[in-house]
Design a protein around this ligand. Structure first.
Ligand code: LMR
Length: 395
């Protein structure tokens, strides 16, 4: 059966952590996967999560199956967190299912599109998260790209994006990052979101929003601006959210897929197609992460604690952006890295070439994605001098 298979390379993001773990250099830095780290370089379990887990340990009554959509209460609460008091909720035009992480939501979204239009095209930003193309291709879709990041000027190529989207067919889907664009950290302004929403409305393509970092940019509601505007502007929309980063539940694999259609009846039909798509895939989502998020979002006290902990993570990352830029300057680098402070969320591109990325790995044990994407949350007051000096050396 398997004798013809060829060995595959390690995953371009997750493979870095394996190499990092095997590295014995005490100064090593893992800037690969998008995982929050505190100023000691640890990925903590949030206090609100610990409290909710304690409650769950005492209160959980059964481990019977929940069904393909997961917990109804989690689905309701996460929809409110994502959409706020949006009219589509009151119009009964949105249904949400819990999924195994944001990736599970993306895969199911892709399969739902494929169930309706086999082999449909989905447009993704250039660049985008390294796994997007693989997930959508595996779901049967054709993946094409639209311009997004201007590598030379370290800013958004909005003119290029708008041009490309203006030619998208109404039978295509367009993937948009709600906030904290992965990998560039460059987000659309509110005015640019308005243009994209107007285009989606006029051309009729299906927006698919990936919101993996809600709360890591400017705030929970601010980061959902584009998503909520699109939900106001189009008749059909899919969006994927993740609790990996903002609740720190990475390994518990909890996210959600929400579907919006133009009437309650149309939404019910779409939902009825979605459930068997899940059933033949992973049958039903894991329950633990959903129960934790549900406990937090149904308690005013835990919600307040969560917002506070999320704010601290967001502010620490923003602080490290500025610190890195300052330290690069102090290390004698004359290239302008100030763009790092104008980007959002966990990621930025350093804008160095593949050889320099490799040199940082081989000579300094600093691990980043080959595109020079760094996880800014991996920077600490302790490692920033070593990082800046190492970058200065390879430059
Ligand atoms: C990342 O982009 O680093 C994260 O989303 C983790 C992953 O699964 O790739």
């Amino acid at each position: 059966m398997f004798s013809e298979l060829k060995a595959q390379p390690a995953d371009p993001i997750l493979g870095l952590s394996i190499k990092y773990r095997e590295d014995s250099n005490p100064n090593k830095i893992d800037m690969g996967p998008g995982i929050y780290k505190d100023e000691r370089g640890h990925t903590p379990i949030l206090g609100c999560v610990k409290a909710a887990e304690q409650q769950r340990f005492e209160a959980e009554q059964s481990k019977a199956y929940l069904g393909s959509s997961g917990s109804a209460l989690f689905n309701e609460k996460i929809t409110q967190l994502n959409l706020g008091e949006h009219r589509v909720i009151h119009e009964n035009r949105v249904r949400t299912v819990s999924t195994p992480g944001g990736t599970g939501a993306l895969r199911i979204a892709g399969e739902l599109i494929n169930a309706s239009r086999p082999g449909a095209t989905i447009w993704v930003s250039n660049p985008t998260w390294a796994n997007h193309a693989g997930v959508f291709t595996a779901a049967g879709l054709q993946v094409k790209t639209y311009p997004y990041y201007d590598y030379d000027n370290k800013c958004l190529d909005f003119a290029g994006m708008r041009n490309a989207l203006s030619a998208v067919s109404k039978n295509d889907a367009v993937l948009l990052h709600a906030c904290c664009h992965n990998p560039s950290g460059m987000d659309l302004s509110q005015e640019q979101w308005q243009e994209v929403a107007a285009l989606a409305n006029r051309l009729g393509f299906l927006p698919v929003v990936d919101m993996a970092y809600q709360g890591f940019g400017s705030g929970v509601d601010e980061d959902a601006y584009g998503l909520r505007l699109l939900a106001d502007s189009v008749e059909e929309l899919l969006y994927c959210s993740s609790c990996s980063k903002n609740f720190g539940l990475y390994r518990d694999r909890i996210g959600a897929l929400s579907i919006i259609a133009d009437s309650p009846r149309a939404t019910d039909i779409l939902y009825s197609v979605l459930l068997p798509v899940i059933r033949v895939n992973y049958s039903m989502p894991p329950a633990h992460g959903a129960a934790i998020v549900e406990a937090i979002l149904t308690s005013a006290e835990l919600t307040g604690q969560w917002q506070q902990e999320l704010r601290l993570m967001r502010e620490r990352i923003a602080g490290m952006r500025q610190l890195l830029v300052d330290k690069l300057q102090a290390a004698g680098v004359d290239r302008d890295f100030s763009f790092i402070t104008r980007q959002n969320g966990m990621f930025s591109f350093l804008g160095i070439d593949a050889n320099q990325v490799q040199q940082l790995q081989d000579e300094f044990s600093i691990y980043m994605v080959g595109s020079s994407r760094i996880n800014v949350a991996a920077i600490t007051p302790t490692n920033v001098d070593y990082l800046a000096e190492s970058i200065a050396t390879v430059l």
